[in-house]
Design a protein around this ligand. Structure first.
Ligand SMILES: [Zn+2]
Length: 215
């Protein structure tokens, strides 16, 4: 391994090179770059990372990333609380928000059911989704009318869709939909382009029909 003239330099290079896609050469270049900058730049970087790690949390309602207990989307009174879009991760929230076509709220599962990887429904935010819908039926709350299943069309995504759909049957007035077919098939939705994704949200179809039509 390379010999660096300073222990502190070595330690900074070590830390940078732990990041994905950063080899030791790039790590050294970044470290030397920071040393050439005004001290405030590096201090600001360090402080923003510390605050990020200490203060960012998961929204207590939808489990999106947030600086506050309730994320900006859940806290926005203009959003339509009667529609909940179920997504795998925070990245999908960002992709759907970028389309500007969806006015409802989200529910971030934090993964997909995967027997292969040992991920069970209990490890995901599925119970909290059911609880949200249940609470919506209580007095003084906005009832949830529609749940959009916007998971990837992988085997795990299908499995998770099916599991959630079965749980939702207990709410007879609830509409369960999915993104328009032919859009996200075989793709993670975060990779779909914004216009296509936006269209597939507007043209969503009843979930059960996706079996019957099998288009
Ligand atoms: Zn939220």
């Amino acid at each position: 391994m390379e010999q660096y003239p300073s222990q502190l330099l070595t330690s900074a290079v070590d830390e940078f090179s732990k990041l994905p896609g950063i080899g030791r050469k790039t790590a050294l270049r970044l470290t030397l770059h920071l040393l050439r900058q005004e001290p405030e730049r590096a201090i600001h970087l360090g402080e923003s990372l510390i605050r990020l790690r200490k203060e960012v949390r998961y929204c207590k309602c939808c489990h999106n990333l947030s600086d506050t207990d309730l994320c900006q989307i859940c806290a926005n009174p203009k959003r339509d609380a009667s529609t909940i879009c179920v997504v795998e991760n925070v990245k999908e929230v960002m992709a759907i928000e970028a389309t500007r076509q969806f006015q409802g709220l989200y529910h971030v599962l934090g993964g997909l059911i995967s027997p292969m990887d040992g991920v069970s429904p209990q490890q995901l935010e599925i119970d909290s989704l059911l609880e949200r819908i249940r609470q919506g039926q209580a007095d003084g709350h906005t009832p949830v009318n529609e749940v959009i299943l916007a998971l990837s069309t992988t085997m795990e995504g299908d499995l998770t869709n099916g599991y959630i759909f079965k749980q939702l049957v207990r709410f007879p007035d609830l509409k369960v939909t999915t993104l328009a077919l032919g859009v996200s098939v075989g793709d993670e939705i975060e990779y779909a382009d914004s216009v296509t994704l936006g269209r597939s949200i507007l043209n969503r179809t009843p979930y059960a029909n996706t079996f019957q039509n099998n288009k």
